[in-house]
Structures are given as C-alpha cells and as structure tokens.
Design a protein around this ligand. Structure first.
Ligand SMILES: [Zn+2]
Length: 307
C-alpha cells in the first residue's frame, strides 16, 4: 500500500453501477485518505437487468422505455454511492454503453471505443488503474479488461494496473495486494452498497457477501503467452460457437466453423496472420456460445495470445 500517496491518481474502471463499490469501495477511500484523487469510469448503466426490474416494478414486459428508466435509476444509485465514498459528479465519467453488450462492441467497433476510453485516460492521467481481470466471468468485465489494455498499451509512462474480480475466475496462486480498512471505512462501503437498492431487491445476501470480501488486487500476469488458441471444440458444439479477436487496430468475430484458422496436426489452432486485427501489441481472443441462454457468465472467456 506504499503506492498510495497524495500523488496517486486512481482510475477505477467499473463495467456496471455497483462494481466501484463491491471491488474498490475501500481502495477509493484509502486513496482519498492519502490525499490522492480518484476518478471512476462507468462503462454501462446496468440497464439490461430484467429480473430485479420485473420484481421492483411489478411488470413482466421490459421494453425500451423501461430499460431507459432502469438505467436512469441505476445511474442515480451510482452517484449516491460515489457520494458515500467521498466522490462527486466531477469525479466520474459515464459512457452509457450497452449492458451485456461490450463484447459485441469490441467485435464491431473496437477502434472507436478505444479512442473514447483513451480520451478519458488522457484527461485523468492515472498513476494507478483498478480494473477487472481478464478472467472475471461476467462478459462485460472481461471485455472491459480487453478495451482498457488496448488503451493502456499506448500510455507512456504506463500506469500501475491492479486487477480485481467480482465474478469468480480467481487465480489463487497469484500474489495479490490486500486493501485493509478500519471500521468506519467498512461502514462507508456498506452505506455505498445500500445506495444500490435496485441490486438488493433479489440479491441482497449475495451482494453483501461480495462487499464483505477483502478487496484484493493482482498485477498483470507476466508469464510467457501462447500463440495458439487454447480450445479444440468438437462437433456438434463447434457449429454454435463464436470466436472474437481484438487488438489495437480493431476487433473481429467469426462463427467458429468459418474462423480463419490454421490447424497443424498434433498442435492447436492459430488465427491466420492475414485475419488478425492490424497493429502490434497485445492480442485477445474469446470463445463463446452463439445460442441464447439465461446463463450469462463466460465458460471459455478471453485469453491473451502472442502474435
Ligand atoms: Zn459488473
């Protein structure tokens, strides 16, 4: 925690309203107590959240207007939670991108989204970025990691990156930094969580359990990266899979059966060089089912590859 000082400029990347509280409610307060500054980058307004909305509003059909109303409610809750943590409207930027739609944005519009995030990073000039880990199993969290990595690889000097997980995927063998707190700091984190009332409608116990965990952060992994895809799906599963790739030059997605892959006997698959998004630097790939499912969490998720 020596890194936290009056010179710290923390940028928290929150895919949804509540991630800032669950993952960094203590860290935000620690940075402010050290005299540093905090900015929260909210990627979506959490509008695609139908079951709590159905319960709270007592209506089955959630149309476009209802989604907009829920987004407005969640943004208001988010602002109130920031207030509990000691932040104001000037300390946040909201992108209002589609909830549960960030992976799709990467596939069709990665370059523009990276530019938009780069503008925020250029304004905040963070010394420390707290953002989701690549293997956080919520699709928006993994996608947020990918977009931010594509932004951060442009930065010189690069800020320190701390990765958090809200939804599983824990790499327990990784060294991590624990963010400890006193009773009053925990109390403010609980007060911030209480402001996210829409999320407590159906999931109060789960949310309280997530908020009560010690906030732990990992550095970016440093082990050598593979060049081959780690997956070898079989028939008939491969007919209903989508492969997405993302790099500095943009993103692309293919059905697995149409993906431009080089297969070598006895080895795994590689994306054909001519199909890779342009540019140097990091390359990410994701495998997911194309079939609609009520289970939103990633099974295969994102991996980072060497070109
Ligand atoms: Zn989230």
């Amino acid at each position: 925690m020596d890194i936290l000082s009056a010179r710290t400029r923390l940028l928290v990347v929150a895919p949804h309203p509540d991630d800032e509280t669950l993952a960094t409610g203590i860290l935000i307060q620690r940075v402010l107590a050290a005299g540093g500054s905090v900015h929260v980058l909210l990627l979506t307004d959490g509008d695609n959240n139908p079951w709590p909305q159905r319960r709270a509003e007592r209506q089955l059909w959630i149309g476009r207007q209802a989604r907009a109303r829920w987004a407005s409610r969640r943004r208001t809750e988010f602002m109130a939670a920031l207030g509990e943590l000691g932040l104001s409207r000037a300390d946040m930027t909201a992108m209002a991108w589609p909830d549960q739609g960030l992976t799709r944005l990467i596939a069709v519009d990665a370059a523009a989204r990276v530019e938009a995030l780069d503008a925020v990073v250029g304004r905040v000039r963070p010394t420390l970025v707290a953002m989701p880990a690549l293997d956080d199993r919520h699709p928006d969290h993994g996608a947020a990691h990918v977009l931010m990595r594509l932004v951060l690889e442009r930065q010189t000097p690069a800020p320190v990156v701390w990765l958090y997980r809200v939804h599983g995927g824990a790499r327990r063998s990784c060294p991590s930094v624990a963010c400890v707190a006193d009773a009053s700091t925990w109390a403010r984190k609980r007060a911030a969580l209480a402001r996210h009332a829409s999320q407590l409608v159906l999931s109060r116990r789960r949310m309280e359990r997530l908020a009560a965990r010690t906030e732990r952060f990992e550095a970016l992994p440093t082990e050598p990266l593979p060049t081959e895809l780690p997956w070898a799906p079989r028939w008939p599963q491969r007919t209903c899979l989508r492969l997405t790739a993302a790099a500095a030059g943009g993103g692309a997605a293919w059905r697995w059966v149409h993906a431009p892959l080089h297969r070598q006997p006895g080895q795994g698959c590689r994306l054909a060089a001519e199909a890779l998004p342009a540019g140097e630097g990091v390359l990410f790939v994701k495998l997911e089912l194309t079939l609609p499912s009520p289970w939103i969490f990633d099974h295969w998720g994102w991996r980072e590859l060497r070109r």
